[in-house]
Design a protein around this ligand. Structure first.
Ligand SMILES: C[S@@+](CC[C@H](N)C(=O)[O-])C[C@H]1O[C@@H](n2cnc3c(N)ncnc32)[C@H](O)[C@@H]1O
Length: 466
């Protein structure tokens, strides 16, 4: 790896005596890590080292071909770089009651799926991505994770400006110059320039201004980047303190984790660098918004919208049998939209219409079914939802080869002759639906999610759940 000269000059200045160790570590292999979905796997991983700052994070010894593991497609785990999992520690330390949480720059969804597992149960997560095709990848990962307390939007950060004091917590995992990805991604090295660092830091300030009003007084802001320079890190932390008037919120950490403290200024910052921490580059700092402003009651925002939008909810005619497709259905409200039926947690029945009217919602709650003629076809998201009622549909467990054929959307046959919608599983985990016609089955796996490679592994899967 040929590092840009301006980068080495700047970083030598910053790290001083530590620089040689840092550069040496940049030339070493990146550790591989995954984070388990506690709602889909209630165990740990056998024989693997745990990521110390994340309850469900594990290092792997090698990089398996995740694409050919059906459990990956079932949402049993997310492949995430270990340093990023520090968010788990921050959330568990500072957030103890259910919150309304915004993940502003969320695709592909690593930190969103983490928050969905780490936040107190009953929290609502709104995750947003500005780039349209990345927003769809985000929605795919949220659907696989299977937690219904989530809304996915595709908007510019300025859109959130009007939701004054709505969120209790906002994570801004901002676009940055990506120095922390140099070891994993050669493109990040090629695209780096000192002028881009300047552009990134201006954009970061603009993003922070855009969402600042949406955070309630007393609410928490988590700011993170995956870069090393201070322009996008400590200097932005100073800016949040001095220009936005926020108070830094220290995070207790274990010295054994090797987290580096701030390199300039006095705001407590948490720096992950490969010569001291086992992971890629990450910077994180946490603030509390001052309580001095009067809080705008959330109801005031909601009432303007919800009366009209909610007219059709709950009361609309949803067939009872479809309501029974999810567990604890008394905790959800049901709604239909064109030919589709979906469910959303009742305690947020006033919130969804707000987002539907102010943002571009591309996924919310649990899509249940869509009407085709007289038939209701179960949605793929229902198969992957952690609220799916497993007593409704017949199931068939697939061996590895057939599971991979199914995930490639190839045609295949089921053991059963029963004509019905079948839930297909691998090691007991739902993968999706097939409509069994007796002599053959229609593969209902989403076309755009299918595995595009014909390769089938011959070795047993290298990840062993306990
Ligand atoms: C560091 S990545 C987010 C990674 C994500 N949080 C995760 O953990 O998987 C930053 C994201 O910000 C998005 N982005 C780019 N420009 C933006 C802007 N002006 N405002 C908000 N987000 C932006 C990028 O498309 C990218 O998906």
């Amino acid at each position: 790896m040929e590092l840009p000269l301006a980068f080495t000059d700047r970083t030598k200045n910053l790290l001083k005596d530590e620089y040689p160790a840092f550069e040496k570590a940049l030339r070493e292999e990146s550790p591989i890590s995954i984070r388990l979905n506690p709602l889909k796997t209630n165990s740990g991983l056998s024989g693997q080292e745990q990521v110390p700052w994340c309850k469900n994070g594990y290092y792997l010894q090698d990089r398996p071909a995740f694409t050919f593991d059906p459990r990956f497609h079932a949402g049993a785990y997310y492949v995430q770089e270990a340093s990023s999992m520090f968010l788990d520690h921050v959330i568990r330390q500072h957030i103890t009651r259910p919150v309304r949480y915004l993940d502003l720059c969320a695709a592909p969804g690593g930190k969103t799926t983490l928050a969905l597992s780490a936040l107190p149960a009953g929290s609502l997560v709104v995750c947003n991505e500005i780039v349209r095709n990345r927003a769809h990848v985000l929605a795919e990962n949220i659907i696989k994770w299977g937690n219904p307390y989530c809304i996915v939007t595709n908007n510019d950060s300025a859109t959130f400006n009007s939701l004054k004091h709505y969120f209790d917590v906002i994570l801004t995992d901002v676009p940055c110059s990506g120095e922390g990805m140099f070891r994993k991604d050669p493109v990040a090295v090629q695209e780096w320039s000192a002028s881009n660092v300047g552009l990134c830091s201006e954009r970061q300030k603009e993003i922070l201004h855009n969402i600042w009003d949406a955070l309630r007084p007393g609410g928490i802001l988590i700011y993170s980047t995956c870069t090393y320079n201070t322009d996008e890190n400590e200097l932005i932390a100073d800016y949040i303190q001095n220009r936005l008037g926020a108070t830094p919120l220290p995070v207790k950490t274990d010295p054994e984790w090797g987290i580096h403290k701030e390199l300039t200024g006095t705001v407590p910052c948490y720096r992950f660098m490969p010569h001291v921490t086992k992971g890629e580059g990450l910077f994180m700092t946490v603030f509390r918004k001052s309580e001095s402003e009067d809080i705008i009651p959330r109801e005031r925002l909601q009432n303007r919208i919800s009366a009209k939008k909610n007219k059709n909810r709950n009361g609309c005619s949803i067939p009872d049998n479809i309501r029974s497709w999810i567990r604890n259905n008394e905790k959800f409200f049901f709604s239909s939209n064109a030919n589709s039926i979906f469910a959303f947690p009742s305690e947020y029945s006033e919130d969804l219409p707000l987002f539907e009217s102010r943002t571009n919602v591309i996924h919310a709650g649990i899509p249940l079914a869509y009407a085709k003629g007289k038939d209701y076809i179960p949605e793929h998201a229902l198969a992957l939802s952690t609220f799916l009622n497993r007593n409704i549909f017949p199931e068939e467990e697939l061996p590895l080869n057939t599971a991979l054929s199914y995930l490639r959307r190839e045609s295949f046959q089921l053991q059963s002759n029963e004509r019905d919608y079948f839930l297909l599983t691998f090691e007991g985990m739902p993968l999706g639906w097939a409509k069994n016609l007796g002599n053959r089955a229609n593969n209902l796996y989403p076309q755009e999610w299918r595995i595009r490679s014909g390769y089938t592994p011959t070795q047993p899967l290298p990840i062993a759940f306990k």
